[in-house]
Design a protein around this ligand. Structure first.
Ligand code: FAD
Length: 414
């Protein structure tokens, strides 16, 4: 019997698969509740900025690509743009600006400057299959992977990396039991530095997590029904054991960031228009998530960016990730762009917490305006997306076990 169970240490972390598994069910339950609260469900985003890298014509005409926005009057007053822009926008000396967005030196992504954009209720626009496929989607992913090029030699190698991975796809599902060494086949390179491997894992794990959501809520065009698609999951994720490993890796990284941000999150004012009980409940659930993050978020960020060229490498890492956040403006499907922006902002916030902020900076008493509300919302929603992926992987494992042998082979051919 093949299975995708992973055991032992998660490479480049201090955590193992078993620990993540042991907290995930509770984590997922708590996060599912948290992302429905007013504070965490409303996300303000500008979805209609021009693609800065090429002329993008690949708009998805599929109904599922659309999103519904929320009128500003429905948003608790405290979180409206006018109120936010007063307190949250850094001064022009503190930021690098482009039309509609900016970043500060410590940021790993471009943030919207709150002058444009819509409010979206994330809870009613779930990330799932939309039918956004083909050259436009592939171009985005391939451009993102090319941002993995650190230096000239890599710049020549990078496009090959994506396509080499795709050549392996058909044959590798036979090795579902195998646990790789933590690197995708085409990235095995003795010269690769730890930081670059981490960068690749973050991107590939995010991609794998998005694929998992698509396969978990897939639209079957023959039956007209929504449901999990096991063959989709095996072909896109499980056939490449390292991709599954990277989802766990990203989860640990996000948990570590949430754990470090614990005191700040516990001191945060979630008060919206809700009642005192609602706000207390939000704080309680945040506390439980932070507690679980402390248990499983064992990642030692201090081993990264230590060498001779540490600062140069970190700047490069940051710049690449900022570019990834801008590439999201080229995604030709509104819902995919929305969730792409949420998740790149969430991961970028985690990277900032891990690599830019020391304990003093994270202290809520000395730095009350450390993060924008959108960063906090994105961080928690992104952790939720990874936690949901792991939860769904469990369901796919059960489906695979039930369809073992001949049945499994047939599913893959369908
Ligand atoms: P893709 O997922 O497009 O992958 C392209 C190539 O990349 C593959 O052939 C493979 O060689 C390689 N690859 C795949 N996965 C990995 C990995 N984890 N690590 C390394 N290499 C890999 N579609 C939806 O239906 N709903 C969404 O919400 C959605 N959101 C998206 C968000 C973003 C930011 C982007 C760029 C796309 C999104 N899409 C979404 C499209 C979706 O991700 C796929 O591009 C699409 O379903 C086509 O899938 P595919 O099987 O052709 O391969």
């Amino acid at each position: 019997r093949r299975d995708t169970t992973l055991t032992g240490p998660i490479e480049t972390t201090l955590c193992d698969y078993e620990t993540v598994e042991s907290v995930n069910e509770e984590l997922f339950t708590n996060l599912s509740e948290l992302v429905k609260t007013p504070f965490f469900k409303y996300f303000r985003v500008d979805l209609y900025r021009d693609c800065p890298f090429w002329e993008e014509n690949g708009f998805c005409m599929n109904r599922e690509c659309g999103i519904t926005t929320v009128d500003e009057s429905e948003i608790p007053e405290k979180w409206r743009a006018a109120a936010l822009s007063k307190v949250e926008l850094p001064s022009s000396e503190q930021r690098q600006s482009l039309p509609g967005c900016y970043y500060r030196d410590s940021d790993y992504c471009f943030l919207d400057d709150m002058t444009e954009g819509d409010y979206i209720d994330l809870s009613v626009n779930p990330e799932r299959f939309t039918g956004y496929i083909g050259p436009s989607a592939h171009r985005i992913w391939s451009t993102i992977y090319q941002e993995n090029c650190f230096g000239m030699k890599d710049a020549q190698d990078a496009p090959g990396m994506l396509f080499a991975a795709s050549r392996h796809a058909k044959t590798m599902y036979r090795d579902l039991v195998g646990v790789g060494d933590g690197l995708a086949p085409a990235t095995q390179d003795g010269q690769q530095c730890l930081e670059k491997r981490v960068y690749y894992k973050v991107i590939s794990g995010l991609h794998a997590s998005i694929s998992t959501h698509i396969c978990a809520e897939y639209f079957n065009q023959t039956t007209g029904e929504w449901g999990p698609n096991l063959a989709c999951f095996i072909n896109r994720v499980a056939a490449h054991p390292e991709r599954l490993q990277y989802i766990y890796f990203n989860t640990v990284l996000m948990l570590r960031a949430v754990s470090r941000l614990g005191p700040y999150l516990s001191a945060y004012d979630y008060c919206s228009s809700g009642t005192h009980e609602d706000d207390k409940r939000t704080l309680d659930v945040v506390g439980r998530v932070v507690g679980l993050a402390r248990e499983a978020g064992r990642f030692d960020e201090s081993v990264l960016f230590r060498g001779e060229d540490a600062n140069v490498l970190k700047e490069e890492f940051k710049q690449h990730f900022r570019n990834v956040s801008r590439i999201m403006d080229c995604v030709g499907c509104d819902k995919c762009r929305l969730w792409g922006k949420v998740q790149t902002t969430g991961v970028a916030t985690a990277l900032k917490i891990l690599f830019e902020l020391d304990e003093k900076a994270l202290d809520p008493r000395s730095n009350a305006n450390l993060l924008q509300r959108s960063e906090v919302v994105a961080l928690i929603n992104t952790l939720y997306r990874f936690s949901e992926s792991l939860y769904v992987v469990g369901r796919f494992r059960e489906m695979w076990a039930a369809a073992d042998g001949e049945g499994g082979e047939r599913i893959l051919k369908e």
